[in-house]
Design a protein around this ligand. Structure first.
Ligand SMILES: Cc1ncc(COP(=O)(O)O)c(C=O)c1O
Length: 419
């Protein structure tokens, strides 16, 4: 009989197999210094384009002050226990009420982590006879939530409303047999490529099909819509999103998340969300910190304006210089280049070492083989000078990619790996 660990000794997984050459540099890098547009990587100054601190709140002095005061007042333990048992406070309720009002929903409920909360919300919303229809490029937390579902599920082609419609036809027939309902799940903004979920068109399908819509708006919350309420607000369909989700891990620069919807639905989730019923309540420091951040989202529109000034400068600058930034409709700024994984590694090394630019690199299996995606996250703390320096660096690395410099440099890496 095999030892359980045999497979682990043999195969580290699609990303794990690069660990020996990539860890500490391409994966698990250690960025140092205060969270901002410029930090240190391996002792060198770099412009950081890989932190989801969209509104620049992570290190904002007012936020730091409230976080520190809350830590001094409550420590990191309070309150103890799950919300249902002993971990409930006025302040948790206040935050929920303010979040609900901000995203124009009747009620909201806090989640300790976005990932777990999404998994748990999907689990709580569907029963065995229900059918889930979801975007094939959904975030891992959606995929894991769907995995818990004991009934049928269909994917539709990425952001393809025709494909969604076909799958809704199938799902409707199936639901008539099982006697269940249909849950459609999309993201408000797809975090890798930056397109907005086609929420208006999805919502329009409600005229033809009977389904409920659940939107993960991790990247839309705080960055899109007139008030920052997200992709639903931006597209004028917030009222038609049945369950709205956002994390505190991006615009709010913290930890935690929430779901929002009709009172009766949130009341149900409050009693059925296993990730919250059987886990310690969100600690007070995070709750008080989130109240402060939310207040800043509401009262400081200049944060979002600063963010978009940088987004516009970066995205239009890249396009003017002929870079392929795909179909982004959000702050997420992908730059697609053609090349192998070893070439991508040499290119990123050059960017970091010689140009002081730190951005994330995404390769196969997340995107098709032969493509390199440099994913950039502009924030309100970046400056136009950061954008100019970055654009110049991108011009230089594109030339080196095209003239084969990285192919030559990567040959050494390849032979080391094969060896
Ligand atoms: C689309 C999306 N959903 C959910 C999550 C998970 O949120 P959290 O980091 O709060 O667990 C993320 C990443 O943060 C995300 O990008």
């Amino acid at each position: 009989m095999k030892d359980l660990f045999d497979k682990i000794y043999k195969d580290k997984g699609p990303l794990g197999k690069w660990a020996a050459h990539a860890e500490g540099y391409f994966v698990f890098p250690k960025l140092e210094g205060e969270i901002s547009n410029r930090m240190k990587f391996q002792g060198k100054d770099v412009i950081t384009w890989s932190i989801n601190d969209y509104l620049g709140l992570a290190n904002h002095p007012e936020v730091r002050k409230v976080d520190a005061e809350a830590a001094a007042e409550y420590g990191s333990a309070y309150p103890m226990g799950a919300r249902m048992m002993s971990g409930h406070t006025e302040m948790h309720e206040q935050l929920q009420n303010e979040l609900a009002a901000f995203v124009s929903k009747e009620a909201a409920y806090l989640l300790n982590f976005g990932y777990q909360g999404m998994v748990s919300t999907i689990d709580a919303l569907v029963a065995k006879d229900d059918i889930i229809v979801y975007d094939v490029d959904a975030h891992a937390c959606i995929i894991d939530g769907v995995r818990l579902h004991m009934g049928k599920r269909f994917t539709y082609k990425h952001n393809d409303v025709e494909s969604l419609e076909k799958n809704l036809e199938r799902a409707t027939k199936m639901a008539e047999q099982t006697g269940g309902g249909i849950l459609v799940i999309s993201e408000g903004v797809f975090g890798m490529r930056g397109e907005q979920g086609r929420l208006q068109e999805i919502v329009a399908l409600k005229k033809k099909f009977n389904f409920r819509l659940f939107v993960d708006d991790a990247h839309g919350f705080g960055t899109l819509g007139a008030t920052g309420a997200g992709a639903g607000e931006e597209q004028g369909v917030q009222g038609d999103i049945d369950v709205y989700f956002a994390t505190f891990a991006k615009s709010m620069a913290s930890t935690g998340a929430f779901i929002a919807g009709d009172q009766e639905i949130i009341d149900y989730l409050k009693y059925n969300l296993r990730s919250q019923m059987f886990a310690k309540s969100l600690q007070m420091q995070l709750v008080k910190g989130a109240l402060k951040r939310l207040d800043m989202l509401r009262t400081m529109p200049e944060l979002k304006q600063n963010l978009w000034k940088i987004v516009d400068a970066l995205q239009s600058g890249l396009k003017e210089r002929g870079f392929d930034i795909g179909t982004t409709q959000s702050c997420v700024t992908p730059v697609y280049l053609k090349g192998s994984i070893p070439e991508a590694m040499a290119l990123v090394k050059d960017l970091r070492e010689n140009y002081g630019i730190f951005c994330s690199i995404v390769v196969y299996p997340v995107i098709p083989k032969g493509l390199i995606l440099l994913r950039m996250i502009p924030t309100a703390t970046h400056t136009l000078e950061d954008v100019r320096e970055t654009l110049d660096a991108f011009d230089a690395i594109r030339e080196r990619l095209q003239n084969g410099t990285y192919k030559r440099l990567s040959a050494a890496v390849m032979s080391a790996m094969e060896g």
